[in-house]
Design a protein. Structure first.
Length: 554
């Protein structure tokens, strides 16, 4: 036991050890003891404008770096962040939520302290519902083991976790850590694996028009290399769902585009429908991911492998790891023997791609389609593209991204305003990569103040703000005045926040001028692009009609 090594030190050291180099957060009296130790450590503190954006930033950071963390104060702070953690839970993003809480005497005696709720256990019980593991660190003796247990669960399950550290316990001495118990892969039943691979290989090898669908679990569990090896060996064409966008390079010659059921491009929809052998890997069957549940596959012709096991027809093979299955199936499947498989590369036939001709019509008003046709040419290799739910997400999803690009969109949980914090987190996680954020005016008004945090920390994203005067994603469901907003001069906000360049474009000619100015800028750029009130992709209109029907709206 070392008197100069505390529980707070232990926690911060362990965060650093698992890959957290930056801790997002907002100060408050109960968490200040933890933050003081962070300032003395090798973990950099990044203060955000509110706790919700701190959670969003940790989420975006984790999607790029593998794990993220934020700290907030008990009650008012941690409950403000709750929605951000819920999104990470829904989308399987490993985020560590650290709360600085009142002393153990307060937990015992329950005085009516500020920020508290009478029952001091309420925040813990709330977080237990949306985390893979949680702990109230009630003693310095038990805290190290509890911290290790909770952090290991975060990495093993790729989901958020929660640690509540009382102010007095944070300052108490504890044992220094040994090696961190990094979790291994979940065990796979060899017999079940062999049988699943045998049945899957028999189905796929006889197919004359096979197809592979890659999705989100390949990204979350870092199985991209195994997926690439399978495609290289078999030569099969592949598509991705929206949650799995950019799992591999979208310039890959075997990538045919995004599969969204009836909302897909005609070629992709028809090619999947014609497949007589489908290998689906790591898929989540959410409404946006399946084009409003229209992406039905013939189960008799489909091998579907995920964290839950492998399903082939009516057979379910449990205790078969997704990575182990992909590797074993790759070794079992032979390269396609008889001629090339028919496929149209998305790089040549995608909706928004840099290979298609583009000539600006200077006097023409901007449209969403032309805006994304133009901006797909502005995204460099290795960029991180972040797209807000709504017009931005449905448009950016159909962009054919360059090699090495990553894509962040909260496609399942869909919390409006998520991407401001997520873009901040991504920029901090990878300062050498260009971050391009697409966001609408409605979402920006929810969380836009952390533009100032980007400026403060020297982040240099290109932010394309689609100003269509309100919530278009809600208008395509039910168009009423509650979707309207007070208009802001968004392009002037960099000046208000003290840095960066603000630009504005209403026509294609003005867009070209703005992009030329953006190219010469060395810092954050916010481009306010004015588009029509109901200008959006047809896929979003179809989603709106589906949501209107679901919610009994005329």
């Amino acid at each position: 036991m070392s008197p100069d090594f505390t529980v707070a030190d232990y926690l911060v050291l362990r965060l650093k050890e698992i890959g957290v180099d930056h801790l997002f957060g907002v100060p408050g009296d109960f968490v200040l003891g933890i933050l003081n130790q962070v300032l003395k450590s090798d973990v950099a503190y990044v203060g955000t404008c509110n706790e919700l954006n701190a959670a969003y930033a940790a989420d975006g950071y984790a999607r790029i770096r593998g794990v993220g963390a934020f700290a907030s104060t008990y009650g008012v702070g941690e409950l403000s962040a709750l929605n951000g953690v819920a999104g990470a839970w829904a989308e399987r993003v490993p985020v560590v939520a650290v709360t600085g809480s009142p002393s153990m005497d307060a937990f015992r005696d329950r005085p009516l302290l500020h920020h508290t709720l009478g029952d001091y256990q309420i925040p813990l019980r709330m977080y237990e519902k949306i985390t893979a593991a949680s702990a109230h660190l009630a003693s310095a003796k038990d805290a190290p083991a509890e911290i290790d247990r909770v952090l290991a669960a975060c990495l093993a399950r790729q989901q958020p976790v929660y640690l509540s550290l009382p102010a007095d316990v944070a300052r108490q001495a504890c044992a220094r850590p040994g090696p961190f118990p990094f979790p291994g892969q979940a065990p796979t039943d060899p017999a079940a694996l062999a049988e699943a691979v045998g049945e899957a290989a028999a189905l796929l090898d006889k197919a004359t028009a096979p197809m592979v669908i890659g999705d989100v679990e390949l990204i979350r569990f870092k199985l991209e290399d195994q997926f690439a090896a399978l495609l290289h060996r078999t030569g099969y064409p592949f598509t991705t769902r929206m949650l799995g966008k950019a799992v591999l390079s979208e310039r890959h010659p075997q990538f045919i585009g995004l599969f969204e059921g009836d909302r897909s491009r005609p070629y992709v929809r028809e090619r999947v429908a014609q497949a007589d052998g489908v290998l689906q890997l790591g898929a989540w069957m959410t409404d946006f991911n399946t084009g409003g549940f229209t992406a039905a596959l013939d189960q008799a012709k489909t091998v579907s492998a995920s964290l839950g096991g492998v399903r082939i027809g009516h057979h379910l093979y449990e205790n078969v790891g997704l990575g182990a299955f992909i590797q074993a199936l790759t070794a079992r499947l032979p390269p396609r023997r008889a001629g090339p498989l028919e496929m149209q590369s998305a790089a040549d036939h995608g909706t928004h791609r840099s290979s298609q001709p583009y000539v600006a019509a200077s006097e023409e008003a901007l449209t969403v389609k032309r805006l994304f046709d133009r901006l797909v040419r502005r995204i460099p290799e290795g960029a991180i593209v972040v797209a807000e739910t709504g017009v931005s997400l449905f448009s950016a999803a159909e962009m054919v991204l360059p090699d090495g690009a990553a894509f962040i969109g909260q496609t399942f949980y869909g919390s409006i305003g998520y991407t401001v914090g997520a873009a901040l987190g991504a920029a901090v996680a990878a300062p050498g990569r260009k971050v391009v954020l697409f966001i609408g005016d409605g979402a920006f008004q929810v969380t836009g103040q952390d533009l100032s945090t980007m400026i403060r920390h020297g982040a240099k994203p290109l932010i394309v703000l689609l100003n269509n005067g309100g919530y278009t994603i809600e208008r395509v469901i039910s168009d009423h005045p509650y979707n309207d907003l007070q208009p802001w001069a968004y392009h002037r906000l960099p000046e208000v926040f003290g840095g960066g360049l603000g630009l504005e474009a209403r026509s294609e000619g003005e867009l070209e001028t703005a992009l030329a100015q953006a190219s010469a800028a060395d810092g954050l750029v916010l481009l306010e692009a004015h588009t029509g009130r109901l200008d959006c992709p047809e896929a979003l209109r179809e989603a709106g009609r589906s949501m209107a029907k679901t919610n009994f709206l005329d």
